[in-house]
Design a protein. Structure first.
Length: 309
């Protein structure tokens, strides 16, 4: 078996584990896999407190629950259940923490280091690496991995513990890591377009209802418990435009309703809907309609008079 390690470089941002826990952590960089700086497994014989809120800059953390009572992660303020057979995924910018360590909890986990642009990993080509990273970035916060993910983690640890000759060890570890990552990417439970669509519809409805709110991409991503890159990608797939452009269109629709009301001042409408100035609002409005707010209002008033006549 591999020895228990006290987390050191590059594990400085590991959460603090209970002192009575069994935690085994290894670094696969020395085995030619710098994309996996952390591979771990844990087993807690007693109940313990959870971790503090934390993030892993530049890393995707993936955990698999092998055994234990039902527990939950807090992921950007949203409760994510974590049961036996479940996979939990924390993207680099997503704050998260485990609320408690129940007795007999057993997990396998790893960190995937996101490579710099055009840097291949694990023997893949640049294009293959880019595809793999994009798919890992799209994984939901939680999905059922079943026993297949557990077997893949177990095989990876078996190779680490039993194969010591350098050449086959590196080759087998690389193959096992790639196999595990592909199982995660291709898991039927990890690809849930219907659920993603429902989440987007809910978010879009809220944006339409509250266009004046100071929506930021990070706030929106936290609200739907997914990474900002994934939200941006799904938004473009559904609407053809990124979230910010959709927000502007919501504000324009609300602006037209308000400008159509008698006595509404352009400056008031601009500030009420979150635009920094009336000039900025007028620029956006003209880009959208081809007219200034004042000209658009006059055209609407003229159209109404002609209709009545």
């Amino acid at each position: 078996m591999c020895m228990q390690l006290k987390p050191k470089q590059p594990f400085e941002s590991l959460p603090t584990y209970p002192t009575d826990s069994e935690v085994t952590v290894v670094d696969l960089a020395k085995d030619g896999m710098p994309c996996i700086p952390v591979l771990g497994h844990t087993h807690y014989s007693r109940r313990g407190d959870g971790t503090d809120p934390h993030v892993h800059p530049g890393m995707i953390e993936i955990l698999y629950c092998r055994r234990g009572e039902e527990l939950s992660f807090d992921c950007s303020g949203k409760i994510v259940p974590f049961r036996v057979g479940d996979v939990f995924v924390a993207q680099p910018e997503t704050p998260h923490f485990l609320r408690k360590y129940p007795k007999s909890l057993s997990m396998c986990w790893l960190w995937f280091r996101i490579p710099r642009a055009d840097t291949p990993v694990a023997g893949l080509t640049v294009s293959e690496t880019r595809w793999q990273v994009s798919r890992l970035r799209e994984l939901p916060a939680r999905f059922s991995g079943g026993t297949v993910i557990g077997r893949a983690f177990r095989r990876l640890w078996q190779i680490y513990d039993t194969v010591h000759e350098r050449t086959p060890r590196r080759l087998l570890l690389r193959e096992a890591v790639l196999h595990l990552l592909m199982l995660l990417i291709d898991s039927p439970n990890a690809n849930r377009p219907e659920q993603d669509d429902d989440v987007l519809e809910s978010l879009m409805a809220e944006m339409r209802a509250n266009p004046a709110h100071d929506w930021t991409i990070d706030d929106m991503a936290r609200k739907v418990a997914m990474s900002a890159p994934k939200l941006n990608l799904l938004f473009k797939r559904k609407t053809g435009i990124p979230p910010h452009a959709f927000l502007v269109s919501c504000r324009m629709a609300a602006a037209k309703e308000r400008l159509a009301q008698a006595g509404a001042r352009v400056t008031d409408v601009a500030l009420q809907l979150g635009f920094p100035s009336s000039q900025h609002f007028a620029t956006q409005f003209k880009r959208e309609t081809g007219m200034t707010p004042s000209d658009w209002r006059m055209s609407q008033q003229k159209s109404k008079k002609e209709t009545k006549a």
